[in-house]
Ligand binder design. Structure first.
Ligand SMILES: Nc1ncnc2c1ncn2[C@@H]1O[C@H](COP(=O)(O)OP(=O)(O)OP(=O)(O)O)[C@@H](O)[C@H]1O
Ligand SMILES: [Mg+2]
Length: 246
């Protein structure tokens, strides 16, 4: 089972949007996919119309009292399951701190469902926390959405340092520009100035598009409700690039 995580220390950059669309595309192409919503905000859970309720909460899962496969919910889409978040996930750091393997507990839990899925996506809350350390440990690929702004590059440098400070095996970092507006000079300049030596930068750029914001109203991935849209094509292109990465 290959594990992808959408991750950034920064909030509101398109992590959940990418996780939801890419998990949908992976499942639509016949892969058995699991999306684990790790964010107490539960945005991915909401977008897939799943109730934000985990019996036993984050504590149940992390302590092992509740098996992961028991907490998994089906979505409306073939091959795509969701492990929902609820508000108890805000204490996930404390739960992990109490766990025996505090930085590899999520990896361990995912190993328990590795035979059931080809691909797992982790949708992470914006932070550099113990949850993030666990995600970095568990993921094969970290997908990092970046809004082309000066501070984003600063945060990206922090992120790559954070990743290189974690013990091996480390995930491959694949950044991509998100909510980009090529009409803005600053956006164009930053996309060109992006350092390419700290990780891969995807060729696919996800522009800022109103149809993507509609996901919250439609409560569905964009390729599900607007399969011929430019936005859907964009995530398809991103997925093709990412899934073919070594
Ligand atoms: N390419 C885009 N064009 C326009 N709006 C977008 C785009 N990508 C995401 N958005 C919107 O921006 C907001 C933030 O996106 P999203 O929830 O995916 O970010 P996030 O990084 O997961 O946020 P958080 O850190 O709060 O978890 C949402 O309202 C989403 O619909
Ligand atoms: Mg999110």
């Amino acid at each position: 089972m290959k594990v992808y995580a959408t991750y950034n220390i920064k909030g509101g950059v398109g992590k959940t949007t990418a996780a939801v669309n890419l998990a949908y595309l992976a499942a639509a192409s016949g892969r058995r996919a699991l999306l684990w919503d790790l964010d107490p905000q539960g945005a991915a859970t909401y977008l897939f119309r799943v109730k934000p309720r985990v019996r036993g909460g984050g504590h149940g899962l992390i302590s092992g009292k509740r098996p992961v496969d028991d907490a998994v919910k089906a979505t409306d889409f073939d091959n795509l399951d969701l492990l929902p978040a609820d508000f108890s996930y805000r204490n996930m750091d404390l739960e992990l701190d109490d766990a025996k393997k505090r930085t590899s507990r999520l990896d361990q839990l995912l190993a328990g469902v590795a035979d059931d899925y080809d691909i797992a996506f982790l949708d992470c809350p914006p932070s550099a926390s113990l949850v993030s350390e666990n995600v970095i440990r568990a993921a094969n690929v970290l997908l990092v959405p970046l809004i082309p702004a000066t501070l984003s590059l600063h945060t990206y440098a922090q992120l790559t340092r954070f990743v290189s400070d974690t013990p091996r095996p480390r995930p491959q970092v694949v950044a991509f520009f998100s909510m980009a507006d090529r009409r803005k000079r600053l956006h164009r300049e930053i996309m060109e100035a992006m350092p390419r030596d700290r990780g891969r930068v995807a060729d696919t750029v996800v522009p800022s598009m109103a149809i993507i914001e509609q996901m919250a109203e439609r409560r569905a991935p964009v390729p599900a409700f607007a399969p011929t849209s430019r936005a859907a094509k964009c995530y398809e292109q991103l997925w093709t690039e990412v899934r073919n990465s070594p």
